[in-house]
Design a protein around this ligand. Structure first.
Ligand SMILES: *Cc1c(COP(=O)(O)O)cnc(C)c1O
Length: 310
């Protein structure tokens, strides 16, 4: 099944019933630091603190009141909990930070804590789906989630169809895949450039090699932390992603500090990764008109602590 721009337009009819468009601002200090004209898309202002809520709402509209079960350590969990409430069960690894578990429960979803890794959580979620008939929702391979998050790229490109590039942080790749679907239709000359941490490079390595990959998963930036690649987004990224950049967790931390001081914005690591890439590849972006997506604000305790620098 190919995802099209019409799926994203349909998703917008759903998402706009629940959420206003998010702002996109420029900051002269950020332009000076990068040498580019930078537009920051502020998904950090969403009610769950991340862009994924758009996908959850679209999936909810597609499948109605049915029960769902999914697996996540972070923002996908909150998105599903926000959209489905008690009709969602989220399986999380036993070591998940208590504040994240609490946030998911506060939106009304059930939480099952089990296993050591996301792969363990996935296995348990599949078992629950088989036993209860609940729909198993993959965070990366669900077309309704991709179409939903695509609405943020409609907002960007309808207001700035002249952009040279949009820099997108990649975990599963669903956001970048959605960006490609929208850019193909609205702004075919706009490059979509992906970013991942070199400490969790599964999606990057899958894109470079053209085959599915499992990789060590050590980044502190949770939104970028998937130990494996996902089929649906990789299929869309393969021919159409303009480039895929790797950066270090230290470069991400530096960019988080600059987001705080220059853009008045609390960004979690994944949300600051696009700025980190623009700073690390200055020559590539200088003099150009670009958007960076601040995908989320859910900074962890250690991330908050490191904002003050050393
Ligand atoms: C999930 C997430 C990402 C990565 O998005 P994918 O669609 O999985 O590639 C980036 N930033 C934040 C804040 C996220 O929650």
């Amino acid at each position: 099944m190919e995802l099209t721009i019409d799926d994203v337009y349909a998703a917008r009819d759903v998402v706009r019933r629940h959420l206003p468009p998010t702002p996109m601002w420029s900051y002269p200090v950020l332009d000076a630091a990068t040498g580019a004209t930078v537009h920051v898309k502020h998904e950090n202002t969403q009610p769950v603190g991340a862009f994924k809520v758009r996908g959850g709402l679209n999936l909810r509209a597609a499948i109605g009141d049915g029960a769902t079960v999914t697996y996540s350590t972070g923002n996908h969990a909150q998105s599903m909990a926000y959209a489905f409430g008690e009709r969602c069960t989220v399986v999380m690894p036993a070591g998940t930070t208590p504040s994240k578990v609490a946030a998911v429960e506060a939106w009304g979803a059930g939480v099952v804590l089990t296993g050591a890794s996301l792969a363990d959580a996935e296995e348990t979620a599949a078992k629950i789906a088989a036993e209860t008939g609940a729909r198993l929702v993959s965070p990366g391979d669900t077309p309704e989630l991709v179409a939903g998050v695509g609405t943020l790229y409609l907002e960007i490109l309808e207001s700035r169809p002249d952009l040279d590039a949009i820099v997108v942080p990649i975990g599963s790749g669903s956001g970048a895949a959605a960006a490609i679907v929208v850019a193909r239709a609205l702004a075919p000359d706009c490059e979509i450039i992906g970013v991942q941490s070199s400490a969790s490079p599964a999606a990057h390595d899958a894109w470079r090699t053209g085959v599915p990959q499992t990789r060590p998963n050590k980044t502190r930036a949770e939104g970028l932390a998937t130990g494996r690649s996902f089929t649906l987004p990789q299929r869309i990224l393969r021919d159409s992603l303009s480039d895929f950049l790797l950066i270090s967790d230290d470069q991400i931390a530096e960019a988080q500090r600059l987001m705080a001081t220059a853009a008045h914005t609390l960004a979690e690591g994944a949300g600051a990764a696009p700025l980190a890439a623009v700073l690390a590849h200055r020559d590539r972006f200088a003099g150009r008109e670009i958007a960076i997506v601040c995908t989320g604000a859910n900074a962890s305790g250690p991330e908050l602590a490191s904002l003050a620098g050393r």
